[in-house]
Design a protein around this ligand. Structure first.
Ligand SMILES: O=c1ccn([C@@H]2O[C@H](COP(=O)(O)OP(=O)(O)O[C@H]3O[C@H](CO)[C@@H](O)[C@H](O)[C@H]3O)[C@@H](O)[C@H]2O)c(=O)[nH]1
Ligand SMILES: O=C(O)[C@H](O)COP(=O)(O)O
Length: 280
């Protein structure tokens, strides 16, 4: 059997009770990077807290990393029950950079979980099963070190949603780059998914681009250092988020292309955070 058959799961393969038992002494941190997400971060935090901290003890902490927000993200996330840190204030001795990857990298210094689950703060159509779904392979298969979510991605949400039209950077940039430069990763359905989970012992050994290339870089570097079978993917159903403008996505695409080219020894030098393992 190929990688896909062995490493593609569906979120309902495990019950919450199965996962709480499998978790045993392992600790899990949910990390939500958020930049100006006051409209949605409260819903993300409060629903996950009610389902997976208060009702069932699957998560040990919910940590929002406020990534230079200029709105009420910090207060909304705090009121919803998260521990909130401003990215720029974490380890000031290490300086600060703008970007999502920076927020995720800094999270390593303010969380304690053996496993980190990342989830975007701008989710509109989603459910709390995303978290146990991502944990399933990590808690039940010791050889798995990184789990990507995948889903059907509509363009828009609710009644206006157009099925299967979301993921413009995924389809026009990430997937072509993977096909050309990293074909071994071609079985991953959503390589840019912001919903993914990773063992700390792996994440702390990865270089992390400051911005939006964090996901693609993590996949490429994990495959190279641990092998493809350290990666699994889980079908989480459907997910809708706040769409960025095409012009803003151009910046994301540039960052992803630069990190991909750097990994094959081409293109300009890309500034990245070094592995955190030596810095803790
Ligand atoms: O400087 C930033 C920018 C974004 N975010 C947060 O990161 C998450 C995702 O950002 P978003 O701008 O919504 O990205 P998407 O358009 O959703 O991009 C997709 O593709 C990106 C590239 O792989 C991934 O990083 C995203 O998680 C994935 O959802 C959200 O919670 C943001 O608030 C930060 O914390 N800091
Ligand atoms: O993941 C992506 O490709 C980008 O976040 C863009 O997604 P969208 O086209 O659904 O806005």
């Amino acid at each position: 059997m190929g990688w896909s058959e062995c490493n593609t799961h569906h979120w309902d393969e495990w019950t919450l009770a199965d996962l709480v038992t499998a978790k045993a002494a392992c600790t899990v941190s949910l990390v939500v990077p958020a930049r100006n997400e006051a409209a949605t971060v409260g819903d993300v935090v409060s629903r996950v807290r009610e389902a997976l901290v208060d009702t069932v003890a699957l998560l040990d902490e919910i940590v929002v990393i406020d990534s230079d927000s200029t709105d009420d993200t910090y207060d909304v996330a705090t009121d919803a029950g998260a521990v909130v840190h401003r990215s720029a204030e974490i380890r000031p001795d290490l300086g600060t950079e703008p970007g999502k990857g920076e927020a995720m990298w800094k999270a390593q210094f303010v969380t304690s979980g053996d496993v980190l689950v990342f989830m975007d703060a701008d989710l509109l159509d989603w459910d709390t099963h995303f978290v146990p779904g991502l944990l399933g392979p990590l808690l039940t298969r010791p050889e798995v070190e990184l789990v990507k979510g995948f889903y059907e991605r509509p363009m828009g949400s609710g009644a206006d949603a157009v099925p299967f039209e979301g993921g413009r950077v995924t389809e026009l940039v990430a997937r072509p780059l993977i096909a050309l430069l990293f074909p071994e990763l071609g079985g991953l359905h959503q390589p840019l998914a912001g919903e993914w989970a990773v063992r700390r012992s792996l994440f702390e050994r990865l270089s992390v681009p400051h911005g939006y290339a964090v996901e693609l870089a993590a996949l490429v570097d994990t495959e190279r250092s641990r092998g493809l079978d350290a990666i699994a993917q889980v079908d989480l159903g459907t997910r809708a988020h706040r769409h960025q403008s095409l012009r803003d996505l151009s910046g994301m695409a540039t960052q992803i292309m630069a990190a991909a080219l750097a990994r094959v020894g081409a293109g300009p030098e890309v500034a990245e955070r070094p592995p955190a393992v030596g810095l803790r």
